[in-house]
Structures are given as C-alpha cells and as structure tokens.
Write a protein that binds this ligand. Structure first.
Ligand code: BES
Ligand code: MN
Ligand code: ZN
Length: 491
C-alpha cells in the first residue's frame, strides 16, 4: 500500500473512495459544508432525513458521488465529539476500511473533520494501521481472496515531517501485525518449528535483528528437558529462536519477550476432542506476537534493548510421546510430574523463561495461548495479566491501555502454589479443577528467578472464531502494539 499525505480540498482528490469519519455533532462548516456544496447538498439532505451516520461505526455509502473528484463517498460515524476516544476512532476506521478492501487495487482518500479529543499523531497512525490490517484476511488459501490491500491511501492532512512519521509508524504497525496474523492463520502443515525459525531468520535479515536458532542438539546441551519432552512425539523437531535487538548501549537494561510457540496442540496423549483441536494451529500466537513485535521495534528503531524468545514445538502423539506420570527436569533443575500432556504450553515456557533469565533478561513479559480457563474467566476479548511485581505489572497495563488493548489482572496469591504440589517431584504440571489460568501462571513463576515478570494469557483475544464488523475472523495480532508501546517506554 502506497501512503500519501496531501492537504487539499476534499472535493479535488481523485480516488475510488473518499472516506469521511464524522462525529454526529460535527460543526457544519468548512470543510464539510464545502464538500456538501460540491455534492449539491446531498449531505445536508441526509442530515435533514436523519440518515447521516451518528453512532460509532455506522456507515452511509454514496456509491455514485457526483460533483467531486472521488468516485464514491463513505461516511462513517464517530458518535459524539465529547465521548470520542482513540478506541472508538479505531473501530470506526476499521469498519470503514473493511467495507472497501473486498475489491482489488482500490485507491482511497480519508479525512476526519474536527476530532479535538484525539491528537493528530494518534489519528493518523490509527487510520493507516487500520487500513493495512483491513487489507488482509484469514483466507490465505483461497484461490480468490476476499480481501485485498489498498493500492494507495491518501491522508488529507498536512504533509509535515511529524505527520509523515506518524503515518509511517502506523504503516509499520499494520504490516507487522499482519505478519503475526499470517503466521497464526496459516495451517500447521506449513507453520512448524523449523519453518517459523526460517521465517524469523528472513525477517531478521530484512529489519536488522540478530537471529540465533537453537536446534534439537543445542536444546539438549542447554538442558531444556521440559520443552524437549513436549516436542518428542512430533516428526517436526523443536526450535528455540532468539531475536536480539540492540537499540541502546550495552549497559542499558534488557527487555525479554517470550512466546509460546506450540505450532499444533493435539493435546498429546491427553488428547483433545476434534472440536477442541480445530483451532490449535493458533497455539503459537504468543511466539507470533513476539515475532511481530520485534519486527516492529527494529523497523521503528526504538532506542532500547529487546530480546525475543520463541519456544517452538508441536504437541503430538506417537510411540515416543511423553507420558502421564513422567517426571521432567527443566533447565533450572525443577522437576515436574506430568499429569496432563495437554498442559504443554507451560512446559515449553518453563525452559524458555529460564533461558531468558540466564541470558541476562532484566524484565520479562511472556505471551501464551495458555489456558481455556482464562477464556472462561475473562471472555474472548480480554487478556489475562499475571505478575510477580506490581510495578512492572502496572507498566504493562499502562502500555496496553494506551493502545486500547484489554488486559485484566488475576491474583497470584501463594496458596495457589499448594495446588501444584506433587508427591514425587517438585511440582506437577496441572492444578485442580478451579482457577486454571492462575495455577498455570503460578507454575510459570517458578522459572523466572524472581525477575520482574508479566505473563499475558492471550488464549481468547488472539484468535477470533467469527468475523465482526470491525475485525475479520482468525488471527487478530493482539498485543503486538502493547509490546511496542512497552518497548517505547522501557527504561
Ligand atoms: N492451548 C491450550 C489452551 C487454549 C484453549 C488456547 C483454548 C486457546 C483456546 C492449552 O495448551 C491447553 O490445552 N490447556 C489446558 C490446560 C489443562 C489441561 C490444565 C486447558 O485449558 O484445558
Ligand atoms: Mn494443550
Ligand atoms: Zn496449548
């Protein structure tokens, strides 16, 4: 998608579509009144008939727009000016662009008169990001894709350096979120530990990251017994990918981002039902999110040190599968009694977290599609947040809030640890029936050596089972932005 900034009269821009995002109490003056007069009063007529969009994301199309250079006009409501938030602006923008990307090679100009509650950097970044995301859907294997990237997007904004920079940032975020979505949307036959590692290497070369790939032998040498046990039944060998971005001095602290990359989760011997397994190609969303975030951080050249760790395995079944009752020894020496092979994500992250600590991580965030229990607790739209350090937790919450991604903190009281006690080993890999998202987090805590750490359970929000007006079904790319924002403010 080509991005342009032009400060011109709205009636003069030639494009397939002119999109105008308007609040319902928008002041009826220039440039809207000017557009209205070029359209021969159509907009005022719509207003008089009460057909002008008012609620957030409500749309009104003029498929033939006579009197202006654009072929068509799409009006999109922003609700009331006073109640307008960046989240509402984004929702409206996403809805608008999704109506246009069904056709190939569309040229679009977009404008928004008077949005006083939103600074123009945010508005520009959001508009561009939404346009890029709307250009790609889940139909990655369709012979006739039902989504197409825009050919050009023209922002009717002053072509200042600052505006350009905001536009470029939105473009980068949109593209890296799409990279995450693509990795998650593709099937497990194509996306497996070695192929993800290969893609990570290619991406690293493009954006200037250092990429290290640990193969089976190196993982054995690194004593990652927990991760290796999960990987054992698959014909696809495991990989751990380390993505290093050094944007600050070597004395500056390092932010570690760890992702669960279970490229397919059959459940292992504790096998899932078909229904439960349907979407388990998406069980590597945590790793894909770290992938996308590192790509964005490198392209934005943020002045920080960030290292991404992707723990990549398949959880399969064969004669060599790890079994119930097995006792695994994780990299940090903790022994784990396996009582359910479907609680595999924590076994993978255990070694990845311990490795990140040994590699010198100062603060850690992990992302994982870890538990169905978290989706039961918080629904499909809210990420679970768990931490061993309230200040670090607050920083992650603030980053999420500023990009309108939803997180909710769950308790980490120590009595939950009792539920993980084992008679034969240091701990078992499942708690009881209740509080499953919390016992999973308490399990992970054993591997972070008391470093400030936040665990994000993204099982619900990372993958949408159906389309909504503002969002395609499939991978969402949730939390890429939050991680970028966190890196932006990391000290
Ligand atoms: N990958 C699943 C969690 C999951 C479930 C993600 C639904 C997305 C949607 C995870 O590996 C898992 O199977 N967790 C078990 C844990 C249980 C065995 C303690 C679960 O949630 O049922
Ligand atoms: Mn599982
Ligand atoms: Zn899983």
């Amino acid at each position: 998608m080509e991005l342009q900034l032009e400060e011109r009269s709205w009636n003069e821009v030639a494009a397939d579509w002119l999109i105008v995002l308007v609040s319902k109490d928008v002041s009826w003056s220039f440039p809207l009144s000017d557009l209205d007069s070029h359209l021969d009063g159509v907009l005022s007529q719509l207003r008089e008939r009460d057909e002008f969009p008012s609620d957030v994301g409500e749309t009104c199309k003029l498929p033939v727009a006579k009197g202006i250079a654009a072929d068509r006009l799409l009006l999109v409501g922003l609700g009331s000016t006073e109640a307008l938030t960046p989240a509402k602006f984004e929702r409206a923008a996403r809805i608008a662009f999704r109506q246009i990307t069904k056709k190939k090679d569309q040229t679009v100009a977009v404008a928004w008169p008077g949005t006083p509650n939103i600074d123009s950097a945010t508005a520009i970044q959001t508009a561009v990001m939404s346009a890029v995301i709307a250009g790609v859907g889940p139909g990655v294997y369709q012979s006739e894709p039902n989504r197409h990237p825009l050919k050009t997007l023209t922002l009717l904004q002053e072509a200042s350096d600052e505006n350009r920079k905001s536009g470029e940032a939105g473009h980068i975020l949109g593209e890296t979120i799409n990279q995450t979505r693509d990795l998650v949307n593709r099937c497990a036959d194509e996306i497996y530990p070695e192929s993800v590692a290969q893609k990570a290497k290619e991406m690293s070369d493009e954006v200037g990251l250092r990429c290290r790939i640990l193969d089976q032998e190196q993982l054995e040498a690194e004593r990652m017994g927990s991760l290796l046990a999960v990987a054992r039944a698959s014909t696809r060998p495991p990989r751990v990918v380390v993505l290093e971005y050094l944007g600050a001095s070597s004395e500056a602290p390092t932010l570690a981002l760890c992702g669960k990359g279970v490229c397919f989760d059959s459940g292992g011997l504790s096998i899932k039902s078909s229904e439960g397994m349907n979407t388990m190609k998406a069980d590597m969303a945590g790793a894909a999110t770290v992938f996308g975030a590192l790509a964005a951080i490198a392209r934005l050249k943020l002045p920080v040190n960030v290292v991404g760790y992707l723990g990549l395995v398949e959880n399969m079944i064969s004669g060599s599968a790890y079994k119930l009752g097995d006792v695994l020894t994780a990299r940090n020496g903790v022994t784990i009694e396996v009582l359910n092979t479907d609680a595999e994500g924590r076994l993978v992250l255990a070694d990845v977290l311990a490795y990140a600590v040994d590699q010198g991580a100062d603060k850690i965030v992990d992302l994982a599609t870890l538990t169905g229990a978290c989706v039961v607790a918080l629904g499909e739209e809210v990420n679970g947040l768990f931490t061993n350090n309230s200040e670090w937790g607050d920083e992650v919450k603030a980053a999420a809030k500023s990009c309108e991604e939803r997180v909710w903190e769950l308790p980490m009281d120590n009595d939950f640890n009792d539920l993980l006690k084992s008679d034969v080993a240091d701990c078992k890999n499942i708690g009881g029936r209740w509080g499953g998202a919390i016992t999973a987090a308490k399990f992970l805590e054993k591997f972070v050596s008391e470093k400030p750490w936040v665990h994000l359970d993204i099982a619900g929000p990372s993958f949408a089972t159906s389309s909504k007006s503002h969002q395609d079904s499939g991978a969402t790319g949730v939390m890429v932005r939050t991680l970028v924002e966190l890196a932006r403010n990391f000290k």
